[in-house]
Design a protein around this ligand. Structure first.
Ligand code: COA
Length: 377
C-alpha cells in the first residue's frame, strides 16, 4: 500500500543525485573547482571562452582551440527574425527572465538540429544556445530603450561582445576584465536547482532547448538567481551607510531573509563573492557610486555579527553589474547567460550516461475513501 516509511529529505539537502566531472563545491573549505581547477587559480587569469572550453571538452584550450571556441561562439550571436519579432511583441514591463525563457524556448522551433540528440548535434546546439542567450538579452534591452541592435564584432571576445551589444559602446579594459571574470565565476556550480532542473528534463530525452528552458525557469526565482536584483534594490532602498543597522535589524526582527546571503552548500565564505567584492570596490569607485560598495560592506559585517551568515555570489555581483551600467532588470539574465555554459555541459554529460530521473514521494494522504456520485457531493 503506502511506502511512507521513506521519509523525504527536505529540499533534497545532502542528497547525491548525479556523478559529474564538471564542477565541485567544497562547502566546508569554501572552494569551487571547474574540471579540477580551483576557481581562485582561474579568476582574473582566464577568459569566459577558456572556461567554456574546459567545461565542454575537459581541459583549458590551447591558443588555436581558444580561437576556434571564440570565433564559433561569436559567429552564432544572431537570432532568427521571428524571435526578434517575439522580443518586440513582449509587453514592455515583462521581466527579462520571462522573455528570455520564452525566446529560448521558441528557438527550439528554428534550430536545425532540433530533435537530434547526438553528441555532435548537442555540441552545435550548445554553441548556438550560449551565443543566442547573450543575443536575446542584449537585443531585448536595445529594443526596449529604442536603440539600434548591435551586431557582434567578429574580432572581439565573448564578454566584450556581450557588453558591447548590450550597452552599444566598446568596453574599457577594466570593464571588460571585470565582466569577463563575472561570467567566469557564474559558469557552473554543481547541482544548483536550475542545473538539476536541466538534468531532470533531459533525462526524459527531451532535447537541449527544453532543458535550458527549464533551467531558466528555475534560475528566475529569488532564492536562486533572482537574488542579485533584489540586492541592488535593497542597497538603493537603504541609500546610505548610517541606515544599515536599522534596516538589517528590522528585516531580521520580522523573520525576513537578507538577499545575497546564505547558501545551501557553503558553510564558510563563497569564493566567488571574494573575487566579486574586489571588483565591486574598484568599479564602484570608478563609476562614482562608492556609497553602494560601502553600504554592502557594512551589511556584510553586520549580517556576520547578527546571524553568522556570509554573502553568496549574488551579493557583490549586484554592485559590479550596477557599476558597469547594466540595468538591474537584466542582472539575473546576465547570470543566466554565463550559467548556460554549465547547463549545456550538464545536459551533454547527462545524455552520455542517461537514466530517467524519477524519485519517489512520501504519500501523506488517506486511503479507501468512499466514492460519491457528483450529484451526491
Ligand atoms: N538572511 C537571513 N537569514 C538567513 C539567510 C538570509 N539570507 N539565509 C539563511 N538564513 C537563516 C535561516 O533563517 C535559517 O535560520 P534558522 O535555522 O534560525 O531558521 C538558517 O539560516 C538556514 O536557512 P535555510 O533557508 O533553511 O537554508 P537553505 O539551505 O534552505 O537556503 C538559501 C539557502 C540560499 C535559499 C537561503 O540562504 C536564502 O534564502 N538566501 C537568500 C536568497 C539568496 O541570496 N539566494 C541566492 C543563493 S546563491
Amino acid at each position: 500500500m503506502s511506502d511512507n516509511k521513506n521519509q523525504p529529505v527536505r529540499g533534497l539537502e545532502g542528497v547525491v543525485a548525479a556523478d559529474t566531472l564538471l564542477s565541485y563545491v567544497d562547502g566546508e573549505r569554501g572552494k569551487l573547482y571547474y574540471r579540477g581547477y580551483d576557481i581562485d587559480e582561474l579568476a582574473g587569469k582566464v577568459s569566459f571562452e577558456e572556461v567554456v572550453h574546459a567545461l565542454w571538452f575537459g581541459d583549458l584550450p590551447n591558443p588555436s582551440q581558444l580561437e576556434e571556441m571564440r570565433s564559433s561562439l561569436i559567429a552564432e550571436m544572431r537570432l532568427p527574425g521571428q524571435v526578434l519579432d517575439l522580443l518586440r511583441l513582449a509587453p514592455p514591463n515583462a521581466n527579462p527572465m520571462v522573455v528570455l525563457r520564452t525566446a529560448l524556448s521558441s528557438l527550439g522551433m528554428f534550430d536545425p538540429d532540433g530533435g537530434i540528440n547526438t553528441e555532435e548535434a548537442n555540441l552545435r546546439k550548445a554553441r548556438r544556445i550560449l551565443a543566442q542567450v547573450a543575443t536575446i538579452v542584449s537585443s531585448l534591452h536595445r529594443l526596449r530603450v529604442g536603440k539600434p541592435l548591435v551586431s557582434a564584432d567578429a574580432k572581439a571576445g565573448f564578454a566584450a561582445n556581450f557588453l558591447y551589444m548590450l550597452c552599444g559602446r566598446i568596453p574599457e579594459e577594466t570593464e571588460r576584465n571585470a565582466f569577463d571574470t563575472l561570467l567566469v565565476l557564474h559558469a557552473d556550480h554543481s547541482l544548483a536547482a536550475s542545473t538539476f532542473a536541466a538534468r531532470v528534463t533531459v533525462s526524459t530525452l527531451a532535447g537541449m532547448h527544453s532543458a535550458i528552458t527549464a533551467a531558466l525557469a528555475s534560475l528566475k526565482g529569488p532564492l536562486h538567481g533572482g537574488a542579485n536584483r533584489e540586492v541592488i534594490e535593497m542597497l538603493h532602498g537603504i541609500g546610505k551607510t548610517g541606515r544599515v543597522n536599522a534596516y538589517i535589524d528590522g528585516m531580521l526582527a520580522n523573520g525576513k531573509k537578507i538577499m545575497g546571503f546564505g547558501h545551501r552548500v557553503y558553510k564558510t565564505e563563497d569564493p566567488r563573492s571574494r573575487h566579486l567584492r574586489r571588483f565591486s570596490e574598484e568599479l564602484c569607485r570608478k563609476a562614482g557610486v562608492s556609497h553602494l560598495f560601502d553600504i554592502s560592506h557594512e551589511i556584510e559585517s553586520l549580517v556576520m555579527i547578527r546571524k553568522g551568515i556570509r554573502p553568496n555570489v549574488d551579493f557583490y555581483s549586484a554592485t559590479v553589474q550596477e557599476a558597469l551600467g547594466i540595468p538591474k532588470e537584466y542582472f539575473t539574465s546576465i547570470f543566466a547567460v554565463s550559467r548556460t555554459a554549465g547547463w549545456v555541459a550538464h545536459v551533454m554529460e547527462q545524455f552520455r550516461d542517461n537514466r530517467l530521473i524519477r524519485p519517489s514521494s512520501n504519500y501523506t494522504g488517506g486511503f479507501d475513501r468512499k466514492f460519491r456520485d457528483i450529484h451526491d457531493r
